[in-house]
Design a protein around this ligand. Structure first.
Ligand SMILES: Cc1cc2nc3c(=O)[nH]c(=O)nc-3n(C[C@H](O)[C@H](O)[C@H](O)COP(=O)(O)OP(=O)(O)OC[C@H]3O[C@@H](n4cnc5c(N)ncnc54)[C@H](O)[C@@H]3O)c2cc1C
Length: 240
């Protein structure tokens, strides 16, 4: 019986990307320039002015001309939420039928808010920090549950039970890896819902762990599409 690993890290690693802010501007310019659309190296003010206009007026399709692929390692509870983003996203996830699931389980870091405060409202969930004892207890409960679950999982695998059935005993805290590819428009739609920004036009209250992943994705996105990202933020983080 193998031991379990407890992890708090959620990783988002860039695999490849295509496109940039200029490509989005080019795609939009075909609208008025037709066959003469491709202006080599349009000036930066032209690109940023056009992207600002497109964002503010919700002309979304030029933002589909680009692609970013990331490999994400996160607990399955993150995948249950991430995979709800259907439009402009492609996914391939590690199989629980064709391979044994590795015994890597999520435990929250100390700074993860987790205790429901008095007056908690589930429509606007916000949590307090756990004190030291509460935090240790949370970790203890999670670890005990994970250990028991993985023991039963392994016992069933040793019996020759279908992996796709044996995994039913494992919870949503076990890690899974996924390749995710999206265009800038899909990424902005995701970021607007999976990050909390009090100044956003429609502030969302996402699950902490998907927000951790979303913030890492946002850093990669902003590095390749800095103007688009800036205008997205200045437009109240509303996806065009
Ligand atoms: C804070 C939070 C709490 C949530 N709580 C719950 C919950 O309790 N239960 C639950 O089931 N889900 C919940 N969700 C998931 C949510 O309902 C969406 O499934 C998820 O956010 C994906 O959003 P989306 O449909 O806009 O994304 P996508 O599927 O990527 O769609 C993008 C856009 O395409 C358009 N579109 C896509 N499909 C259609 C369609 N069939 N018809 C018309 N237009 C379409 C819409 O404009 C949509 O906004 C929650 C999400 C958040 C952020």
């Amino acid at each position: 019986m193998s031991d379990i690993t407890l992890a708090s890290e959620i990783t988002v690693e860039e695999i490849q990307h295509a496109g940039d802010d200029a490509m989005i501007a080019h795609a939009a310019m075909v609208s008025t320039r037709g066959g003469a659309a491709h202006v080599p190296d349009p000036p930066e003010e032209k690109i940023s002015g056009l992207i600002r206009f497109l964002m503010a007026n919700r002309h979304g399709t030029p933002f589909e001309h680009g692609s970013l692929t990331v490999r994400v390692h996160a607990p399955i509870k993150v995948w249950r939420e991430w995979h709800r983003h259907r439009v402009g996203w492609s996914y391939n996830e590690e199989s629980g039928r064709y391979k044994d699931l590795e015994p890597v389980f999520y435990v929250p870091p100390r700074e993860r808010p987790m205790i429901r405060p008095d007056g908690f409202k589930s429509a606007r969930p916000a949590f307090d920090f756990a004190d030291k004892d509460q935090y240790e207890l949370v970790r203890m409960h999670l670890e005990a549950g994970y250990r028991t679950a993985y023991l039963h999982y392994q016992a069933m695998l040793e019996m020759g039970v279908d992996r796709g059935l044996a995994r039913d005993v494992l919870g949503v805290g076990i890690y899974s890896a996924c390749y995710c590819t999206a265009n800038p428009r899909g990424i902005m739609a995701f970021l607007s819902l999976r990050t909390y920004e009090p100044g956003a036009k429609f502030p969302s209250r996402p699950l902490h762990e998907i927000e951790v992943a979303a913030r890492k994705l946002e850093t990669i996105f902003a590095s390749h599409w800095p103007v688009t990202h800036k205008e997205f933020c200045e437009n109240g983080r509303v996806a065009p």
